[in-house]
Structure formats: structure tokens, C-alpha cells
Design a protein around this ligand. Sequence first.
Ligand code: C2E
Ligand code: MG
Ligand code: MG
Length: 597
Amino acid sequence: MANEIIIMNTNLNMSRIKVLLVDDDEDDYIFTRDLLSEVEGKIYEVNWEKSYAAALEAISHKQYDIYLFDYRLGEHTGLDLLREALKAGCTAPIILITGQGDHEVDIAAMNAGAADYLYKGEMTANLLDRSIRYAIRHKMAEDSILRMAYYDSLTGLPNRALFNDRLKQTLAHSERYSSTSAVMFIDLDNFKRINDTLEHRVGDLLLMGVAKRLSAYIRSSDTVARQSPQTITNTVARLGGDEFIVLLTEIESMQNAATVSNRILNIISQPFTLDNHEVHVTASIGIALYPSDGTDTDSLLKNADTAMYHAKEHGKNNFQFYKHSMNASALERLTMENDLRRAIDREEFVLYYQPRVDILSGKISGLEALVRWQHPQKGLVSPMEFIPVAEETGLIVPIGEWVLKAACRQNQEWQKAGLLHMPLTISVNISGHQFRQENLIKIIEKVLGDYGLGQGCLEIEITESVVMKNADTTISMMNELKKMGVRLSMDDFGTGYSSFSYLKRFPLDNIKIDRSFINDITEKNEDKAIVRAIIAMAHNLQLTVIAEGVETGQQLALLKEMGCDEMQGYLFSRPLTSDGIYQLCTEKREIPALKNL
Ligand code: C2E
Ligand code: MG
Ligand code: MG
């Protein structure tokens, strides 16, 4: 990339120096090689390229510590090659060699960036050796000045000047290839407090730690957020204080920036152990996108900064896009993801319980735990709205774990209070994402132990798609659960593709016929036939059948006639809070319509 500030490898070992000589005359090569072999310690390894094109190719591999270019290279000159090499990002010093002295060429070579200019006639082993060493030393000194000017001395990350430079190049590149880039402004949330309460040294260590995590992640995320394998790279820089900035180049959509931000929030919030202190820190991130939020460096930086302040106002530990880049629905979705993350920390969820009733006896046979989100602004949010986002983002794992614990804790409480019969079965819905977590069994085992729940107290509801996806592992997990006394239920039955022969393989206790079949069961003969067939076949497999979404007495009467075992639906009760359930059970109410059947 043109004009990139690149620093040569300063760990250069001066006891072994790799030289590339570019000269169209083999005799001259042999002469130079022999000269360098006279130097004490045999430190030089000399290679030779004859043509201009081959030389450029070799330079692009950046394997040499120094280049010697002959002035005469066929139709080109060594000066042309020098200019071309520098343009291509060559960082090693270049010495130009001519047949005879020419003051004008000498000046031109220096101006073009040559480290030295030597006449073949005067060249001795000592002179050449000295020139090479000086050139390399000089380059190293130059680099260390550059390093000070362009890198942050504490963290080693690029500083603001280098970041601006990279951003400019990225914008030029993005304009040419019509790609999108993101500038992400990251500010640590409680840095000042940490810096004030602990020593400054710990503050420094924290900044170094954050820098390390960020650069490791951004390096590895190159392929995540990348549209095409172009040469332009992502950058992490420190702007000063506790402010960092990330430049994501060539992203596919704003979702990429959101994903990267989420991971960054996650990485930073993992505890740091610094000098025997465990330090917790979070960050706020503001994102501005090229071209929608600005087309020049100043406006992008300003807008990312503004967005970062919105993130702070929004309660910290979250990211915000600069508003221009968002259309309403994308904003809503991303906001939900953001809010969900905080909802988990603040435990903003509540469980409602819906009774399941035995159709013959009219007694409550169990309760299904159904989660709701008590949103600080929006009020009670339905699982239909947030479970899909939670599944997509993996946030369903911590949410599901919360549900499991809360349901089991409630079960223990009710059993202690002597509510309902023993054991009281509470069903919990488990999503596919959770079922693929290897530690699910361990978590369930621990929760059951913690709340002293035995055989049959917990039932897990899974859907057909979960079961079908990875049948063999699912079966072995289900068997483990059965051994622990957990009951298993297939939810929303009929909406997937399970055949009964397939069902036989799973150690299920019951199936729940999806609401969509019950809805029109009294009018549609087709649904009637399906439900009848499901009940018959399930009974054949010794499975209990539960009808979901029973709303009318007619539906119930038909289901009873078909031999359906249990029902769940508004006819008996909507999902209720735990207090509501308590009341319902102490009233010992029966299914109203049952009496009339
Ligand atoms: P589901 O497991 O099939 O739960 C039954 C849904 O049907 C509940 O909706 C319930 O309120 C509703 N329902 C019950 N009886 C009737 C009725 O007579 N008529 C009508 N129209 N609807 C009825 P809810 O609570 O909105 O839950 C929707 C879905 O969200 C659940 O479907 C389940 O798939 C998912 N869900 C709820 N809680 C959790 C959870 O803790 N974890 C997971 N992974 N998913 C959950
Ligand atoms: Mg369910
Ligand atoms: Mg269901």
C-alpha cells in the first residue's frame, strides 16, 4: 500500500545480513559477492537477480536486509527500480552502484531515498561493508523515531497520527471499491475509578491488557468481518487515556460491526488479573460507518465519538451506531440485542406458569414455565419477540439457564408450601442452541441438586427440529436426562417433519400437539383426522398426549372423545404469575367446561 508507515524489523541480527544484488552483468555479481566474502566473520549472504521484473518480485517478499542496485539495468535504470521498490513498500535500505561517478545521478539517488551511492571503481570490501552497516544502522534509527512518532509507547498500538493515516488510506480504498468500513470508538467505563483507587501502575497494566486483547481479537476477526481477501487490514489504535479505536475495513453489513462490538464488549468484560488484583472493567462503543455516517476522517471520528456518548448515556457496557446509518427495523433488532444483554445482567425476566390439566379428572397435572421480559420502558415483552433474537445471538444460553434455575427454585418453594401434589412437575422450554451446549446436562444436574428436586419434578420441552438436527447426540443426551429423573416432552408436535417410526428412537414421555391443529379442530375435518391419528399412534408408543391451545368447550369435548390425555389452554387458564398460580391452586378450580361434558 502506498505511503504506509512501515517499520523495518529492528531485531535485525547484524551478524547475518542478507543482501540482494540487482545487476544485469554476471561478472559484476561475482565481483561484489567475492568482495563481501572477504569481510571478516562471513556475515554476508549474497543473492543475485538479473532482471528488473525479477528484482521487483524478489523485493515484494521482503526477505532481504539490504539491496544493491546497479545503475544500468537494460532499458531501465537502478534509479527507476529504487523508486518502484519504495512505492511497493520496500522497507530495507537500498544502495545504488554505478560504473563511473556522476554527481547528478548521486544527487538524484539521494533525493529518491537511496541510502548511499557507490562507484564500482572505488569499491573495496571495507568500503562496501561500511556502507551497508551504516545504511542499516541509519534505517534502524529512523525507524525508532518513526516508532515514537506513530506508536503509543505504553501499549505498542498505533497512535492517533498513524490511525488517521490508515483511516485516510482506507477511505480512499473504500471509495474506489465501493465498500463499507466502520470506525469504532471504544471508551472504558470505569477506568478513572480504577486508576484512582488502585495504583497508576495497575491502570497502566489494565490499558496494556485491554490493548493486548483487542489486537489479538481484531487480528483473528479479520476473516469474520471481511468481504474479500483484499490487502487492506483492520487496525486497533489507542487515542490516549482509556480511549481506543478500531477500524474495520471492507465489512459486508452493519451487522458485522455489531457482531464485532458485541465480542469486544465481551472480551473486555472478562476479569483481568493485574498485580494480584482482580479488575473488572466494561466499555462503551460508538460506531460510525463509511459512507453513510461520513466520507472523511474528521466526520467519521466525530460521529463515532457522538455515538459512544450515546452508549454511555444508555447505561454503559453497550454499543451504539451513529443514528444515520440505521433503518428503523435494524435499529430495533440491534437495540433489542443490546438491551437483552443488559437484561441478563439485571435479571429483568419473569416466569409465568400455565397449568396443564388431566382431561379425565380435571386435575392440574403440571405447569409450563413461560418466560417474559420485564422491559424497563416497554413493559412485559412476549417470548415470541425476544426468543428468536436470543437464539440468533446465543444469549438464549444464559437466559435459558436463568429460566431453569428460577423454575426449579419456584418448584421447591411450592412443594415446601404443600401446594399441589407431589411431585409437582414444571416444564421448561429448551431451545436448540441450549441443547447443543455440552454442559447442559451438568447445569441441569446442579440445579436439581441445589433445589433438592427428585424424580419427575422437571420436564424438558424440546421441539422436533432440535431432535431431528443431531439425532444421535440428542438421543444420548436425552438418555442421560432420563437417568436423572427428568421427563421429556416434544413440543409443538406436528409442525416439524417427524415420522412416528423416527419418534420411537427417542426416550420421550409425552408429546404436545401444536396449537395450530387444535385451533380449527371442530371445523376442519382434515385437522380432526390428523389429531386423531397422532393420538392413536402416540398411545401405541406409550406416550401421553397433551393438546395445546384449547380455548373452547367444543374443542375439549372433541379431544376427550378422541382419547387425548391432557390439555393446556386459555379455556382452563392463561399463563399466570406465581401468585396467580398459588391462588388458582388454593381455589382448587376445575376445568369449567368439563362439568358439562
Ligand atoms: P410453547 O412452548 O408452545 O408455549 C405455549 C404458548 O402458547 C405460550 O405462549 C402460551 O401462552 C400460548 N398459549 C397457551 N394456551 C393458549 C391458548 O389457549 N390460546 C392461544 N392463542 N395461545 C395459548 P408464550 O408464553 O407467548 O410462549 C411462546 C413460545 O415462546 C413458547 O411456545 C416457547 O416456544 C417459547 N418460550 C417461552 N418461554 C420460553 C423459555 O423459557 N425458553 C425457551 N427456549 N423458549 C420459551
Ligand atoms: Mg412449550
Ligand atoms: Mg408448544
